[in-house]
Design a protein around this ligand. Structure first.
Ligand SMILES: *[C@@H]1O[C@H](CO)[C@@H](O)[C@H](O)[C@H]1NC(C)=O
Ligand SMILES: *[C@@H]1O[C@H](CO)[C@@H](O)[C@H](O)[C@H]1NC(C)=O
Ligand SMILES: *[C@@H]1O[C@H](CO)[C@@H](O)[C@H](O)[C@H]1NC(C)=O
Length: 171
């Protein structure tokens, strides 16, 4: 809204400046491109069944390879795997996570999404999708992870991932 106000009702000093006009045109193009690019919404469950250590103890680093499944059930269809590293970097128990989501389902088989960011304890975790490969090449977006099961042996998060692929091929 602020951008639109500036374009249609620019302060006079701005309107007279060519470089400002060029900058606004670029910003408008980028925001329209963002609005028009096709968004993909992925929903699946991240099953952590290998809880080797208490990951929230400050300084703990965990390497993981865990399942992404279609549903909450431990035997529901495998969608892919999460391979990555998490480190307890916060004295408040928050984690730094560096994950690659490797898809193994028919639609995105072999493609990956790189998800990097801070994971606070026991709240919805929002993390940036910083890129991808295969069908997700040059993607960007964000992921929301909501804890559904938190027990000593099994953690399950529901994930909603929103990505804006630059190019999404059919096969
Ligand atoms: C999942 O599959 C395993 C192995 O077949 C079985 O032991 C287990 O009971 C199943 N779990 C559920 C919730 O159905
Ligand atoms: C995914 O690709 C691998 C390697 O090309 C293949 O073996 C596998 O059957 C494929 N899986 C699906 C679900 O298409
Ligand atoms: C992990 O560590 C935190 C902080 O020390 C503690 O509150 C929590 O109960 C521990 N969780 C498990 C499953 O041991």
């Amino acid at each position: 809204m602020e951008l639109i106000n500036l374009i249609f009702f620019p302060p006079t000093s701005m309107a007279s400046s060519l470089s400002q006009t060029v900058l606004f045109s670029i910003l408008l193009f980028l925001s329209l491109h963002q609005a028009c690019a096709k968004r993909t919404h992925l929903n699946f469950y991240f099953h952590v069944t290998d809880v080797q250590a208490n990951a929230t103890d400050y300084g703990t680093i965990i390497v993981m390879d865990q399942a992404l499944r279609e549903g909450l059930d431990e035997n529901s269809t495998l969608i892919g795997r999460v391979q990555g590293i998490q480190a307890a970097v916060g004295k408040d128990g928050s984690l730094e996570t560096m994950f690659n989501f490797l898809f193994l389902n028919k639609q995105y088989n072999g493609s990956t999404l790189a998800i990097y960011g801070r994971a606070p304890l026991e709240t919805t975790i929002e993390r940036p999708v910083i890129g991808g490969t295969g069908k997700f090449r040059l993607s960007h977006g964000y992921s929301l992870a909501k804890p559904v099961i938190l027990s000593a042996t099994r953690l399950v998060y529901e994930l909603d991932v929103y990505v804006w692929p630059l190019e999404l091929k059919d096969d």
